[in-house]
Design a protein around this ligand. Structure first.
Ligand code: MF3
Ligand code: CO
Ligand code: CO
Length: 269
């Protein structure tokens, strides 16, 4: 395994795939209401990706070694579900929080992004967890530039999460992405500044912190995919796909409906 540097042509394809993934989230947003089932959200997104965007939903039948094929086209992780929630009959109810994670394949390249949604009115605690996790994502992104280290990203995320009284999930991480869904490097969301792989221009990877309101420990459900917090505390996650540039970064998963970074994040060019 090694980290691939993307060519200008590959980067252009990643921009297209990333935009499409973000646009699926824009499309599905008005449907995320009390009473809708996660299976219905999956079907709507699937049909949009296949029929309107002409792309492939990467999760469908995705089978990394040790896993059975993922049965759906998106991931829907509700409340104490951390990630890889499998859509089904579950109806969303007022006060739930849900992560929708979309990965598209277009012209052979992947775009991967996720957002948190409040269903109706969420609790103050649930909203705070979603906000802090969003800030964690952007604090991580703001570390990215050629010459920085992966540990700078993890450290920025971990510090903000823990200072806020929350914990960082260790078992799942961001990842290189390109012609493959999950490539090197692993982008963990904790660690020590100045350590780990040194970033180079034209690397592309995701940052996707999973932050728990309670303890960091997780477990897998019997479906072989859905990950939940062991203590059943709430969990939140946001994800972008990021291109490393000489001076900073380019977020590849921005669309009209993408939430803007916190104001205190310095923009880069
Ligand atoms: N989209 C997830 C990620 O951010 C991976 C989902 S794998 C699946 O890496 F098979 F569950 F879809
Ligand atoms: Co990802
Ligand atoms: Co994802």
């Amino acid at each position: 395994m090694s980290i691939t540097l993307k060519s200008p042509d590959e980067i252009e394809k990643m921009r297209v795939a990333g935009l499409l993934a973000a646009e699926v989230l824009d499309y599905i947003t008005p449907f995320v209401k009390p009473g809708v089932t996660t299976g219905e959200l999956d079907k709507l997104c699937h049909d949009y990706m296949v029929d309107i965007q002409g792309c492939i939903p990467a999760p469908l039948d995705y089978a990394p070694s040790g896993y059975k094929p993922y049965p759906k086209s998106i991931c829907t992780s509700v409340n104490h579900q951390v990630c890889h929630g499998v859509p089904g009959e579950k109806q969303l109810k007022n006060g739930d929080i849900v992560n929708l994670d979309i990965t598209t394949i277009k012209a052979g390249y992947h775009g991967d992004t996720s957002r948190m949604f409040h269903v109706g009115e969420a609790s103050i605690q649930a909203k705070r967890l979603c906000e802090v996790t969003f800030e964690c994502l952007w604090l991580g992104i703001a570390q990215v530039r050629a010459g920085a280290h992966l540990g700078d990203i993890g450290n920025a995320i971990q510090r903000h999460a823990e200072k806020s009284g929350f914990s960082v999930v260790r078992e799942f991480c961001g990842h290189g992405i390109g012609a493959k869904f999950h490539e090197d490097p692993q982008v963990v969301h904790y660690g020590k500044a100045g350590t780990g792989v040194k970033l180079e221009a034209n690397m592309i990877f995701t940052i996707e912190p999973m932050i728990n309101a309670g303890k960091a420990a997780i477990r897998e459900l019997a479906d072989g995919w859905t990950i939940v917090t062991k203590d059943h505390s709430l969990s939140a996650q946001w994800e972008h796909t990021i291109l490393v540039t000489e001076t900073g970064y380019e977020v590849l998963t921005l669309s009209d409906g993408t939430r803007k970074p916190p104001e205190w994040i310095k923009s880069c060019s």
